[in-house]
Design a protein around this ligand. Structure first.
Ligand code: GDP
Ligand code: IMO
Ligand code: MG
Length: 423
């Protein structure tokens, strides 16, 4: 039976999932984005050129691989069209893109609502990407969302009119600017006309491929600690970026799932608010940020940086049933003289490996660190794990030992070629 390999984020996003998908999809027949929307920013570097994808699967440059936006995704059509046009202007054909008829559309009122909700939260704001993600998923579950199949049909106008008028009542209440009904509908009809040719019955397409033994990889967006159920609620996104979201976001049942690769960096980063146990809000954090170029792909915000947290990683391994780890930025951490690794939390005088998203529990925990030697030197062209300098090997071995999941990929630089594939 054909098995579907999955790539998921293990921390707070931006671990380098795009790079791993770019690599894996080269040998696959299709790749599928499962959840999230253009809150994601997945970067790949090919021949010195940098591409940032927000909605289009990171496999798109492999033109023989079908790139499918799955039903679990929320799509801002304007952003998607910009991404397609951008690829075209760089000489890419974009004929391998497919959009699920069951994905949901982000409308302008979702973006306006995202901003309004953050304003109302005041000091308890989440620090969302302000892309309308939460409100679009809320409408999906509240059953007033607009599916792609409706977006491209003659039903669109009446559904959109009713929705915009309802949302305007809320904006009026809060004395916010209202959305013009007719011009919004006209603009979105144009977007629908542009995107119509990419729309498919993704469930049927995916299962036809599986029945014909085609190879599929799934691209997670966001990450485990941003999961609506398993993350640091409320400082999370509004979807399930964990393994369950892969099944519901594509229509692929668990029996098809093969390898589940958890992507992490050799350190940690986070954007937005919320607890971050190993954060280094100091010179070390600043140094990691500069060395790793840790500024958001989507919002350009400086990312909060800190040490790698194996308690949280073990949690991600449990939740997702990880079968392999992909560790990026080993080159970056190796530029430091000394590296710290969080190997446990101290809770009420005892060391524990228990992670919980209960903020009260986390506030009582203190990270326990082990220190490692850095100065890995230039490892960007190393192709075998055993050829890495001993300091790098010691660090990686300890991660593997504590988490109990084998390392399958080691990132040694931002480029497509800067990667060690572990046998
Ligand atoms: P994603 O959202 O998980 O796909 O990750 P992002 O693209 O938002 O952030 C990862 C960043 O790290 C990007 O700028 C990548 O080009 C870069 N990157 C990925 N792997 C490596 C690595 O092994 N070394 C270095 N130096 N950069 C990397
Ligand atoms: P990729 O796929 C990093 C964060 C936001 C915010 C919280 C909620 O590139 O790893 P949202 O707009 O989703 O309602 O914001 O989630 N967030 C991400 N952080 N990488 C991402 O995606 C993210 N997607 C959402 O910063 O804290
Ligand atoms: Mg990102």
């Amino acid at each position: 039976m054909s098995k579907v390999n999955v790539v998921l984020g293990t921390f707070y996003g931006d671990e380098g999932k795009g790079k791993i998908i770019d690599y894996l999809s080269e040998k696959a027949d299709a790749s599928i984005r499962c959840s999230g929307g253009n809150n994601a920013g997945h970067t790949i570097n090919v021949n010195g050129k940098k591409y940032a994808f927000h909605l289009i699967p990171s496999s798109i440059l492999n033109e023989n691989t079908k790139a499918i936006i799955g039903n679990g995704v929320v799509i801002d059509p304007k952003v998607l069209i910009e991404e397609i046009e951008n690829l075209k202007s760089n000489g890419h054909k974009v004929e391998n893109l497919y959009i699920s008829d069951k994905a949901h559309i982000i409308m302008p009122y979702h973006i306006m609502m995202d901003r309004l909700q953050e304003e109302l939260r005041g000091s308890r704001k989440i620090g969302t990407t302000a892309r309308g993600i939460g409100p679009a998923y809320s409408d999906k579950f509240e059953r007033s969302g607009i599916r792609v199949e409706d977006f491209i049909s003659s039903n669109f106008e009446s559904i959109a009119r009713e929705n915009i008028e309802n949302k305007n009542k809320i904006f009026r209440l809060y004395k916010k600017e209202e959305l013009d009904v007719d011009s919004t509908i006209a603009k979105y009809k144009e977007y629908a006309n542009y995107l119509r040719k990419y729309v498919v019955d993704s469930v049927d397409m995916i299962h036809d491929m599986l029945e014909n033994n085609k190879k599929i990889v799934c691209e997670g967006a966001q990450a485990t600690l941003l999961d609506i159920d398993f993350g640091n609620y409320p400082f999370v996104t509004s979807s399930n970026p964990t393994i369950g979201g892969v099944c519901t976001g594509t229509g692929i049942g668990p029996k098809y799932i093969g390898e589940v690769y958890g992507v992490l960096k050799a350190y940690s980063s986070k954007v937005g608010e919320g607890l971050f146990m190993t954060e280094q809000n100091n010179e070390i954090g600043d140094k990691i940020r500069e060395l790793g170029h840790e500024y958001g792909t989507t919002t350009k915000r400086p990312r909060r940086c800190g040490w790698l947290d194996l308690v949280a990683l073990k949690y991600a391994a449990r939740i997702n049933g990880l079968t392999g780890l992909a560790i990026n930025h080993v080159d970056t951490i190796g530029k430091l003289d000394k590296i710290k690794l969080c190997v446990a939390y101290e809770y009420k005088g005892k060391n524990t490996m228990r992670f919980s998203t209960n903020n009260e529990y986390l506030k009582e925990c203190t990270p326990v660190y082990e220190e490692f030697e850095g100065n890995f030197g230039d490892i960007s062209n190393v192709k075998k794990r055993e050829d890495l300098p001993i300091n790098a090997q010691n660090y990686l071995n300890r991660i593997e030992e504590i988490v109990g999941v084998p390392i399958k990929f080691i990132g040694t630089g931002a480029g497509r070629e800067n990667m060690i594939i572990v046998d």
